[in-house]
Design a binder for this molecule. Structure first.
Ligand code: ATP
Length: 651
């Protein structure tokens, strides 16, 4: 049966709008404290600005009707103008401050998203749902008015609007309290209309577009990626790739057209509603002038106040509708940030972990307990039950009935694997393409969790250790070596410049066989790799990259070394020499060597031959040859091939 993705709803967060607004504003104020007074004073100033020109016409009309002098009239207007000028200057200053401070705060939210992307479980990175969440979280932080920053602006607008509404409601209350209720009701209908449209639009358009955006993004990245550029040109893939992009655009277009129509209908209904609201307002005020003795001065004041009330209320309600949409995006962001890391673990493990927590507490020292407590606090008091790695140099790994099925796959890539990797011993993992060798390594390094069975480190399930700490045990060299657009030394240390020991990096590069290359470079190990960021960056050949990866493993100096055929570019003899040389360099460390070429790993203490995800033979090279099984057969075939090649070369 296919291994299924986790249920979407299991991970999806559904916080309310207010909770999300508090979450965003808490983060915003944490990074930009001066925003608190700015927000407050701007609300006061903007409310005062809105009302100053409502009160002035009333005062002017009162003066005229009461035969006031020209000079007192001018005085009123002048004072109002000076106050407004001062308010405007203040408002302008505060707006500019708030604008860039919101952007800076958003950058911090982006950093959190990047931190999550850099540390999330490796397995999640190929889970389409997790990738969709990642894409949506990117959109939530991707612009001034999207999710996170949009909510900051909305909170600001909401604050100002509430201040204006309270003030204008107080004025209206003096004339007719019932009018306030009627205006609120009409504005609510307007709000519901916008809100329903926005929510439907997100669900039916933007959420549905997420997989399309992921595909568009992938294709877009592929066209720009230097690694793919050779194949794209030499295989003439341009039209094919553009065709794929057009196909996705077409699908996305239909959803966008539906969204446009939805908004058109909503707009027409809102215009009708606005006209009804205006009609009621004028009828009411004219009635008050004609039959209730409302003065012309107060008519202008109330008209202005009610218009401000309606406008601000509908702005608030619009803002709430927009904020709800932003809140859904903030939910996307939080869903990604809070993605359950160990969702794959079975209940038994969680149960064991709880049991071990008790055990660990009983046996650990006071210092350990204190450390655990501090860590708990830091991680929001989430249950932290991880064990510390054993304080020993002797690490023994045991695979107990380990099976593994990739997401969405029918077949098991590993099937009931039982094996022990003893401390200080060298294990060779051999087998045909697709036999499960790399999968075995990925599980050993805990990039994936077993679907069933468990892996033990010195008798303890590896899921009981902190994943990051567990990773420190391994110095891996994988088949595909990725270089980063940083200096060579940092590509070896895989650390920041401050933490990079250039002398050590150079030494390991020399040991890995890159002495000639490094000495040919003017800036030596400080030479930048790749041209993406630096015009004078260099690129390494496939073989040189593989040697760089060996240097990385030597630099890391971890307890267990894993070589997953980084020597594919070499011939059989060179590969054998490389493995032997490397083995001498790592000395007595535990090591796992993968190769297709059985001659390369014959020096190992034990050889596990994989076929169809199972260990079909296990023993030393000599034992396996003697048993005359699949290994012996394959070795013989390969030996013949090399002999034939030698004959050809000799000839
Ligand atoms: N990320 C993945 N998603 C789905 N299936 C995968 C994934 N990686 C590997 N597989 C499948 O799992 C099986 C084992 O693959 P694995 O890479 O472990 O084989 P291997 O022995 O290392 O092969 P090779 O010698 O070619 O590197 C193969 O059938 C492969 O197609």
């Amino acid at each position: 049966m296919k291994r299924k993705e986790e249920e979407e709803d299991k991970n999806k967060k559904n916080y309310g709008m207010l909770t999300n607004m508090i979450y965003v504003m808490k983060g915003t104020f944490k990074y930009q404290k001066p925003l608190i007074p700015f927000l407050f004073f701007d609300a006061v100033v903007q409310t005062a600005m809105a009302f100053i020109w409502l009160v002035i016409p009333k005062l002017v009309i009162d003066q005229i009707m009461g035969n006031g002098s020209i000079s007192s009239l001018l005085k009123v207007v002048l004072i109002a103008s000076v106050i407004e000028l001062f308010f405007l200057a203040f408002h302008q200053y505060v707006q500019t401050q708030m604008w860039w401070r919101f952007i800076y705060a958003r950058m911090e939210f982006i950093m959190q998203r990047m931190r999550k992307a850099l540390t999330m479980n490796y397995e999640k990175l190929e889970n389409p749902k997790a990738l969709d969440y990642m894409g949506k979280a990117e959109r939530a932080t991707g612009g001034n008015m999207n999710g996170i920053e949009g909510m900051m602006h909305s909170a600001n607008d909401l604050f100002i609007s509430v201040a204006k509404i309270i003030t204008s409601a107080a004025v209206m209350f003096t004339l007719n309290p019932a009018m306030i209720i009627l205006m609120i009701l009409l504005s609510l209908v307007h709000y519901i209309l916008i809100d329903v449209t926005k929510r439907r639009d997100k669900e039916l358009c933007w959420d549905k577009l997420a997989p399309d955006f992921r595909k568009i993004y992938y294709l877009d990245q592929t066209t720009k990626n230097f690694e793919y550029a050779k194949d794209i040109r030499l295989f003439g893939m341009k039209d094919w790739l553009l065709g794929k992009q057009t196909e996705i655009h077409k699908k996305a277009h239909a959803k966008i057209v539906a969204s446009k129509n939805r908004w058109l209908k909503c707009g027409i209904l809102n215009q009708i509603l606005g006209a009804i609201q205006d009609g009621i307002l004028y009828a009411w005020l004219i009635y008050a002038v004609l039959y209730q003795g409302l003065t012309i001065a107060n008519f202008t004041l109330y008209l202005g106040t009610v218009i401000t009330f309606i406008k601000t209320l509908s702005q608030v309600l619009d803002n709430i509708a927009e904020t709800r949409k932003q809140s859904l995006e903030v939910n996307d962001y939080r869903t990604f940030l809070e993605l359950e890391e160990d969702a794959m673990e079975d209940n038994r493990t969680v149960y064991d972990r709880e049991a071990n927590k008790v055990k660990a507490c009983n046996t650990s020292s006071d210092n350990d307990r204190q450390r655990e407590k501090t860590k708990d606090k830091k991680t929001n008091s989430k249950v932290n039950t991880y064990r510390k790695l054993p304080m020993t140099d002797r690490y023994e790994f045991t695979f107990e009935h380990v099976s593994f099925q990739y997401l969405g796959q029918e077949n098991y890539a590993l099937n009931d694997v039982d094996l022990t990797l003893k401390s200080g011993k060298k294990l060779a993992v051999v087998g045909l393409n697709g036999a499960g060798k790399t999968t075995f390594i990925k599980l050993l390094c805990r990039l994936y969790e077993p679907t069933t069975g468990r892996i033990l480190l010195n008798g303890v399930d590896i899921r009981e250790y902190d994943r990051k700490e567990y990773y420190t045990i391994f110095a891996p060299v994988f088949q595909n070596v990725e270089c980063f657009a940083f200096p060579i030394a940092e590509n070896v240390s895989m650390k920041s410049p401050a933490l990079t020991d250039c002398t050590k990096a150079e030494k390991t590069l020399i040991l890995a066989g890159l002495e000639e290359k490094i000495s040919s470079l003017e800036k030596g190990v400080k030479t930048e790799l790749l041209k993406v960021l630096h015009d004078d960056g260099i690129d390494l050949s496939g073989g040189e990259k593989q040697k760089l990866a060996l240097a990385r493993a030597l630099y890391k100096d971890a307890k267990v070394v894993v070589l997953d055929e980084p020597t594919a570019a070499l011939d059989a003899l060179a590969e054998y020499k490389q493995y032997m040389d490397f083995d001498k360099l790592i000395g007595g460390k535990t090591a796992v060597y993968i190769s297709h070429r059985l001659s390369s790993t014959r020096f190992c203490d034990a050889i596990a031959m994989f076929a169809d995800g199972k260990i079909v033979e296990y023993g030393t090279h000599e034992e396996l040859l003697k048993s005359n099984g699949a290994y012996a057969n394959m070795y013989e075939v390969q030996a013949q091939y090399y002999q034939e090649k030698e004959v050809v070369f000799d000839a």
